[in-house]
Design a protein around this ligand. Structure first.
Ligand code: NAD
Ligand code: ZN
Length: 348
């Protein structure tokens, strides 16, 4: 079969022929219906080097996958061939306290995971291929009625990651509150939809690109602000000077982290999702009182089930552009150039 593989750090992935996987005991092979292209893949190609993460190339890209059960190994029960499914992407050890409640991203026994801190497309072969080998049937999540793989694939990361970041801040988002979304790309535009679908917060979306701000409006943002020197002032003004109860930074650069602090309300949350490499100096007087600053990584298996349900009910709907496997490099090129709208999805 054909697969888009990252062969070494700091290189472009290559489309090549690889053997079709067969499932061992407890494993499942998924026929890929769709694999989302994430900006994290650009970080892998452009910035990562030996030691950045506890795993290395070569592997097939694609950590945001959905399709149909193709084959199951010995001992796998409860799945039928041809059944539409999503793949839960973070693969932990399965037995530690975190994994046992479905929080594989924070696995506390990384040495017992298939690859420490990764998954398919992140150290192991992912979904930018005709088939993906999933090493444990617990990572297979049946799709609810009303969702097809192209709609479901982006929900497993571009949906799940903002959902987790927003869900943990629900108590700070009552009616009358304000949420700021910085970076309205693949993750951010679904983040705006999730905020509108699950909270009564006013949503202010921030991006450098006019098309991204248009997409934010389409997704229900109440206000859009162009990222830049006047953004903080505009957001402060829009909140009567108080600031935003929750700021979600889907960029993570120096400038956006600084903006996050500048617009956060006392007792608010500043959640850093983007891996933009920025740093944020924190000292007693540099951040508003009682602002909680956290990074988040992906989301839990129960949260994926909830996100898929939001999708099936039509309450969230990622904006997708589909590309054939042959054109996957174009998807990444457009992402790099900033000409993609929403999420690019590879359909092999
Ligand atoms: P994307 O390229 O689709 O979107 C990024 C958006 O940010 C674009 O719309 C871009 O115009 C905007 N942007 C760039 N610089 C900006 C600035 N200074 N101010 C405002 N907006 C700006 O990327 P994506 O796939 O949505 O991923 C976003 C980030 O999240 C990446 O760094 C990615 O690696 C990371 N990520 C993190 C997790 C996690 O679990 N923490 C999961 C997936 C992705
Ligand atoms: Zn674990």
């Amino acid at each position: 079969m054909r697969a888009l593989r990252l062969r070494q750090w700091k290189s472009e992935p290559e489309l090549m022929e690889v053997p079709e996987p067969t499932p061992g005991t407890g494993e499942v092979v998924v026929r890929i219906g769709a694999a989302g292209a994430c900006h994290s893949d650009l970080h892998l190609m452009d910035e990562f080097e030996p030691g950045s993460v506890p795993w290395n190339p070569p592997f097939t890209l694609g950590h945001e996958n959905a399709g149909w059960v193709h084959a199951v190994g010995d001992g796998v029960t409860g799945l039928t061939i041809g059944q539409p499914v999503a793949v839960y992407g973070p693969w932990g050890c399965g037995t530690c306290a975190r994994c046992r409640v479905g929080v594989d991203p924070y696995c506390e026994n990384p040495a017992g995971a298939p690859v420490p801190g990764g998954g398919g497309g992140l150290g192991l072969d992912g979904g930018m291929a005709e088939y993906e080998l999933v090493p444990d049937a617990r990572h297979i999540v049946p799709l609810p009625d009303g969702l097809d793989p192209v709609e479901a694939a982006p929900l497993t990361d571009a949906g799940l990651t903002p959902y987790h970041a927003i869900r943990r801040s629900w108590p700070k988002l009552p009616p009358g509150s304000t949420a700021v979304v910085i970076g309205v790309g693949g993750l951010g535009h679904v983040g705006v939809q999730i905020l509108k679908a699950t909270t009564a917060a006013r949503v202010i979306a921030v991006d450098t690109r006019a098309e991204a701000l248009r997409l934010a409006q389409e997704c229900g943002a109440d206000q859009t602000v162009t990222s830049g020197p006047t953004a903080a002032e505009e957001i402060r003004a829009a909140t009567g000077g108080r600031g935003a109860d929750v700021v979600l930074d889907f960029v993570g650069a120096d400038a956006t982290l600084a903006l996050g602090v500048a617009v956060a309300r006392t007792v608010g949350d500043l959640t850093i999702v983007g891996i933009g490499g920025g740093t944020l100096p924190v000292s007693f007087f540099s951040v508003p009182y009682e602002v909680s600053i956290a990074t988040t990584y992906w989301g839990s298996r129960p949260e994926l089930i909830e996100v898929l349900e939001l999708g099936a009910q039509g309450l969230i709907r990622p904006k997708t552009t589909t590309f054939a496997l042959d054109d996957a490099l174009d998807a990444y090129r457009q992402m790099r150039e900033g000409t993609l709208e929403g999420r690019a999805v590879i359909v092999p």
